[in-house]
Write a protein of this length. Structure first.
Lengths: 633, 355
């Protein structure tokens, strides 16, 4: 059994905990010597610096900071660091390769208790010898040589992604050696779990004064008024140490809150290399992150820099709109609207005015009308999905100026969505401004739809524009007939679209087609009844559904959120890795998933890690049970 | 096999290229310095004999990965000149009322007859025997040249108890000898040679090498401590700890130039002397720092280097451990501790801390 298990996942970054005690350990800082107080550290080495005749033990141990009360429950509280390769990987291959092989062989022969820490030089990431170590219960990989490629963004990304693709998420990665805390967030995002405080010790004339934005030379730095800097004489080591602990705490908090990517987007401005690396990651490895970043969340999504265009959640959102969104039947008019700062859009003053104008066209307009909000960086938000994360939670600095890239991405998705509508659908463009105009120009150029502009001269909220919108819609509705049979009320339509987005295309139709009643109102969670039976809840916090196990049975052939399980029923509140037979790789952390045994949904659960990682893990918890199927006695 | 073929072939390649630029010098380089004699402080007269050089360094093994002394030896030694100037130097340098340790170094093995033929060894011993001021004679040799016949030859011409054979053991750990230094002999060979020397009534001095390539400073401190214990158990009571300095034209020098090696910290040497002297108070402990304070020798931050080097000098001369207890404070001491850790855990990779 491995020592670690992930408690949450966000991209390649995880909160890791001791398997049994669930004491948070990563992302964490390790003290290189036993600290006076262990607060703020995930652990410490009991190494004696320098070694002496009295330090009889040649090896040293890494002690984990597990709460006293939980120590008895823990698998172990320390790892021994007993073996290392003889040659550093910086020497020529002739020396290091054979040596690495013999190191690995010796490591594999160690007793399990000594097989916790494995030293991996980055040049051997793709070695078959390393692969054989991954089959053991190794818990911590000490990654050597990363500093040599710190300024090579391409290599840095390749190495860390390669490593993360290989190792199971219950193996932690430790980056030993002096690392500036300014880089913690980004390195955590790339999958590093542990750092150490060795940089704090560099306090000579050539030393460093660590601050959150960077490490300054001791000879010149901004003043600090922390407890260590105000004492006489100044305790630089204490100061540096404090800064490092505080920075790692920020990273952990961001990870727990699901806002690590936002922190990273902010922090990469501290380093040219890392800014370039993030671009490189987004352009080349976006899948790796997308597959592991939760889409169910309720934290604010601040999209400030250009990096937000390639935020994994936003990429995933666009992808789901592209592959899972289907317009309701019978729609004959698509109304393109601009976004609003207030979310959900419907609650904004501008969208209320749009609604007022639409209403003027008469009630019969609604069954015909499909509203699509065009926005950056999400590109396209169908009205029925305006309440889900991230549509209701993102924020952008509005300048009215669209970049080439934004226009390109947005128009591409809009074209894909419009392709689902019949050829004779009319498009009413109630957007104004250069960027929006360019997007609509693309639609005009690439499709044969008839496009009617209603806000050409003035802004969409201008009374003249609103009047024109009302008139255009009213004229259109006169000529168009709606099919009463096919009409789905917008409230139910929202449920269907949400289910499709969340569970997979077609699931909404199956779940919410018969007699549906919705109880309670926003901001309370919506309780959904079908033929008087409670079947689902729609969370107002996230905008997503949860359904009962017997209801989930109906979509078993359609859904993309299945976890095949080896036992007939789920005992306890967790789904553990040894029971997993196969997980759908579309599962994201936080997703509602269905635990299936012999084609029967036996429980619903909330995923802790992605489906990709579920299939890799050999121990630890994969998901937390929500509802179990009631078995008739 | 006592060598690692992959390491040996690399060392040899560098050696062969560097040997082409070998300097031609037939002079006996010599100097007098303060020295710790078995009976107290005194002087050392050091002579570097221009022999053809260390046979191990010239062999197809490539010699030791860290040693570049061979480049100072002449291709063709002239023994007549050598013997003549040997006698001259002794007359000139040895003063009446002082005690001396005569150190005859060849940058190789004095006992190797290919370097110093038996006849020359004999002549030199005979000449040295004329001076009562010479309390001891230090001869350096690899263990394989410590044979009965060579020792007998020396014993015939000088009081054998005055002789100290210094052997560059470097480490008592065979893995280090083989995979780091390319030393070509093992601990067991040193034991045999030591016993042979002691049986004849001469003394043995062991050189230990602090921080050979690929061994982290942390591990090397441990290795020196262990090696000292093993050597002490064997009855060797003079140990010289040689902190690594970088010789040009060596395998180590190439590592150093690629920034894959940092010469040891002076803090480590101070610590080693403290530890060893405490555990073995009767041992004569030598720790001469070559190129101290420079990048190519043992050094600290640059601020405290001089102070520590002078403490070490004082200690070695007087063998008084109270010199080591002088409090030296420098802010680079914490950095050193951090370095010991980082280099150890990174498997001797030198970290670029500017990241």
């Amino acid at each position: 059994m491995r020592f670690f298990q992930p408690l949450s996942q966000h991209g390649l970054a995880r909160v890791l905990a001791e398997t049994r005690t669930r004491t948070h350990l990563s992302p964490g800082l390790i003290a290189i010597e036993k600290p006076i107080k262990s607060d703020g550290y995930s652990g410490f080495f009991d190494i004696v610096l320098p070694p002496s005749y009295s330090s009889t033990e040649k090896n040293f141990n890494l002690h984990w900071n597990i709460l006293e009360a939980k120590k008895d429950k823990a698998l172990t509280t320390s790892f021994s660091h007993s073996l290392q390769p003889f040659y550093p990987s910086s020497v020529v291959a002739e020396l290091s390769e054979k040596d690495f092989q013999s190191y690995t062989e010796k490591f594999l022969e160690l007793e399990d208790a000594h097989k916790h820490i494995y030293t991996l030089p980055i040049s051997f990431i793709n070695s078959a010898h390393f692969d054989s170590v991954l089959d053991t219960d190794v818990s911590l990989i000490s990654l050597i040589g990363l500093d040599k490629i710190f300024n090579n963004q391409r290599k840095l990304a390749e190495v860390l992604i390669g490593l993360k693709e290989k190792v199971s998420p219950d193996i932690a990665i430790y980056l030993p050696g002096p690392t500036s805390p300014a880089h913690y967030s980004f390195l955590t995002y790339m999958g590093i779990d542990f750092f150490d405080n060795s940089l704090a010790y560099h306090v000579s004339k050539k030393g460093y004064f660590v601050l959150e934005d960077k490490s300054y030379f001791l000879s010149k730095h901004p003043d600090c008024y922390c407890q260590y800097c105000t004492q006489d004489p100044r305790n630089i080591l204490g100061h540096n140490d404090l800064m490092m602990k505080n920075e790692i705490a920020k990273v952990r908090f961001a990870l727990e809150e699901g806002i690590l990517r936002e922190l990273v987007e902010k922090d990469i401005h501290k380093s040219v290399t890392f800014a370039a690396t993030l671009k490189h990651l987004d352009n080349n490895y976006s899948n790796v992150f997308r597959q592991r970043t939760p889409i169910i969340s309720s934290s604010k999504l601040k999209c400030i820099g250009e990096e937000s265009l390639t935020h994994p959640v936003i990429i995933e959102y666009r992808e789901r709109i592209r592959t899972r969104f289907e317009p309701a039947p019978g729609k004959k008019i698509v109304l393109l609207l601009p976004c609003s700062a207030k979310k959900p859009y419907s609650f904004s003053r501008t969208h209320m005015r749009f609604r007022g104008a639409i209403k003027k066209a008469g009630k019969q307009i609604f069954p015909l009308l499909s509203e699509i909000i065009v926005t950056s960086p999400l590109s396209v938000v169908p009205r029925e999905l305006e309440n889900i994360y991230p549509a209701r939670f993102y924020d952008i600095p509005v300048s009215g100026v669209w970049s080439e890239k934004e226009i390109e991405i947005t128009s591409r998705l809009l074209l894909d969505v419009l392709a689902h509508y019949p050829k004779n659908t009319k498009i009413v463009n109630h957007m104004h401004g250069h960027g929006y105009q360019q997007i609509v120009d693309v639609v005009k150029e690439k499709t044969s739809f008839e496009v009617i502009d209603t806000a050409v001269e003035k802004s969409p909220t201008d009374q003249n524009s609103l009047n024109e919108l009302g008139e255009v819609l009213s004229n259109l509705s006169k000529d168009l007939m709606y099919d009463r049979e096919k009409y789905v009320p917008s409230k139910i339509r929202k449920l269907q679209a949400t289910a499709d987005f969340q569970y997979g295309k077609g699931t909404g139709q199956i779940l919410f087609s018969r007699d549906i009643k919705i109880r309670s109102k926003y901001p309370k969670d919506l309780q959904i009844f079908r033929e008087k039976k409670h079947i689902a809840t729609l969370s107002s916090r996230t905008g997503y559904l949860s359904i009962l196990p017997d209801i989930a049975q109906e979509i078993i052939d359609t859904t993309l959120n299945k976890l095949e399980f080896g036992a007939e029923y789920v005992s306890g509140s967790n789904i553990y890795a040894p029971g997993r037979i196969k997980a759908d790789e579309t599962i994201l952390p936080n997703d509602e998933i269905f635990i299936i045994h012999e084609n029967r949904v036996i429980a619903t659960a909330k995923a802790i890690v992605s489906g990709v990682d579920m299939n890799k893990m050999t121990s630890g918890s994969l998901a937390v049970t929500k509802k179990k199927l009631k078995v008739k006695q | 096999m006592k060598i690692n073929p992959a390491l040996s072939s690399m060392v040899r390649e560098i050696r062969e290229n560097s040997l082409k630029e070998r300097q031609h010098s037939r002079k006996i380089v010599n100097w007098v310095e303060d020295h710790r004699l078995p009976t107290g402080a005194g002087k050392a007269l050091v002579l570097i004999l221009p022999t053809r050089g260390c046979s191990w360094a010239l062999s197809k093994s490539g010699g030791c990965s860290i040693c570049g002394y061979i480049y100072d030896n002449p291709l063709q030694p002239d023994y007549d000149i050598m013997l003549h100037s040997f006698k001259e130097i002794l007359t000139q340098k040895i003063e009446k009322d002082l005690k001396y340790s005569l150190k005859l170094f060849t940058s190789g093995s004095f006992l190797d007859t290919r370097e110093v033929p038996l006849e020359i060894q004999k002549e030199m011993m005979k000449e040295a025997a004329k001076y009562d001021q010479i309390e001891e004679i230090v001869l350096e040799s690899r263990p394989e040249y410590v044979t009965e016949s060579v020792l007998d030859n020396i014993a015939e011409h000088i009081e054998i108890s005055k002789i100290e054979i210094a052997i560059g053991l470097e480490s008592a750990n065979n893995a280090i000898l083989q995979n780091s230094i390319n030393k070509g002999f093992f601990w067991e060979d040193f034991v045999k040679a030591t016993n042979r020397i002691k049986d004849k009534g001469a003394r043995v001095k062991a050189y230990l090498l602090f921080k050979p390539p690929f061994i982290s400073e942390f591990d090397s401190i441990n290795d020196i401590l262990e090696s000292v214990s093993k050597v002490a158990d064997l009855g060797v009571n003079t140990v010289s700890i040689n902190a690594m300095s970088i010789h040009r034209g060596t395998f180590l020098s190439q590592l150093f130039e690629k920034q894959l090696y940092r010469t040891p910290w002076l803090w480590s040497l101070l610590h080693l002397c403290q530890e060893i002297k405490q555990k073995f108070p009767d041992m004569r402990l030598i720790c001469d720092v070559v190129a101290g304070g420079s990048e190519r020798g043992a050094h600290n931050c640059g601020e405290c280097d001089k102070e520590i080097i002078s403490i070490l000098k004082k200690f070695v001369l007087n063998q008084d451990s109270s010199a080591l207890k002088e409090e030296v404070t420098c802010s680079c001491k914490t950095e050193w501790r951090s370095f010991l850790f980082s280099e150890k855990i990174s498997n001797s990779e030198i970290l670029d801390i500017y990241r």
